[in-house]
Structure formats: structure tokens, C-alpha cells
Design a protein around this ligand. Structure first.
Ligand SMILES: [Zn+2]
Ligand SMILES: [Zn+2]
Length: 149
């Protein structure tokens, strides 16, 4: 059981590192044409950028399927990636971008800092000059009291 938890945790940590990297170097790089739909006003409910969610979700499902019989590391890693995806959706899509009107303003200091860091990321509508590419692991400066950065 401990091993399962460790794999889930590893899935979470790896996904934060991997999505930071892919966001900074790929989405704001060669795949900007897709990701820019998230930085500009979108017309409908969905944006082309949602494709990344589908790809990450697909990878998690494949891992879960591969490991489901022996309940090995692939299964738990897939669970970790799925959990990351769900947390990402709740924080990024619901709490910050209000794609579903379920949650009000974040109350905890940590969630406020996350929202602030992500707003800073969205200040730039362009491919370059971005900051704060991660979601959960953010620089200390965003924890400072009042005032926008
Ligand atoms: Zn971005
Ligand atoms: Zn965003």
C-alpha cells in the first residue's frame, strides 16, 4: 500500500515538473498556435488548448489499462497523473478561470498565491515574456501580502 501511495505521489510531482517544462518550452514554443487559444479570449466554451488535457488524460488511461491486471506501478502512476489532472482542473479551470461557476474566491493563502501566480502568467498574451509556468509550485514572491505583481 505504501508503494502505491509513493507511485501516486511520484505521478503528482512528475506531472507538475513535466507540465511546467512542457508549458514553458513547448506550449510557449513550437505548439504556441494551440496554446495561444488559452491566452486570448475564446469564442466558445472549449479552446484548442484543451487538446493537452485530452493527451495527458489519454496517457493516464493507457497506464491504468497496462497496469490494471497486476496492479503494478503503471496503474498507480496512472492514478497519480489522473489525480493531478483533476486537481489541475479544479484549481486552474474552475477556481481561477471560472469555467464552471462552482467556487468563489479562494480563501486560503496558498490558493490565493496560486491564483496570483497564474494571473501573472496570463498578463502576457504573447508567446514570449511569460512567467510562472507551473501551477502548484510557485515562487515565494506570490505569497507576499496585498498588491498585484
Ligand atoms: Zn501559457
Ligand atoms: Zn490559465
Amino acid at each position: 500500500m505504501i508503494t502505491a501511495l509513493l507511485w501516486i505521489m511520484l505521478g503528482l510531482v512528475l506531472m507538475e515538473c513535466f507540465s511546467w517544462w512542457i508549458h514553458k518550452y513547448i506550449m510557449h514554443g513550437v505548439l504556441w498556435e494551440i496554446h495561444k487559444t488559452h491566452h486570448r479570449q475564446s469564442k466558445g466554451y472549449f479552446e484548442l488548448n484543451d487538446l493537452f488535457t485530452v493527451i495527458f488524460g489519454g496517457a493516464a488511461i493507457v497506464l491504468i489499462f497496462l497496469g490494471i491486471e497486476s496492479l503494478d506501478y503503471r496503474f498507480w502512476l496512472g492514478c497519480g497523473i489522473s489525480l493531478y489532472g483533476m486537481l489541475y482542473f479544479i484549481l486552474h479551470d474552475v477556481l481561477i478561470h471560472k469555467r464552471l461557476n462552482l467556487l468563489g474566491r479562494p480563501k486560503s493563502k496558498y490558493l490565493q498565491a496560486i491564483a496570483k501566480a497564474h494571473r501573472a502568467h496570463h498578463k502576457s498574451k504573447e508567446k514570449e515574456d511569460g512567467e510562472s509556468f507551473g501551477l502548484f509550485l510557485i515562487p515565494k514572491k506570490y505569497f507576499r501580502e496585498e498588491g498585484d505583481i
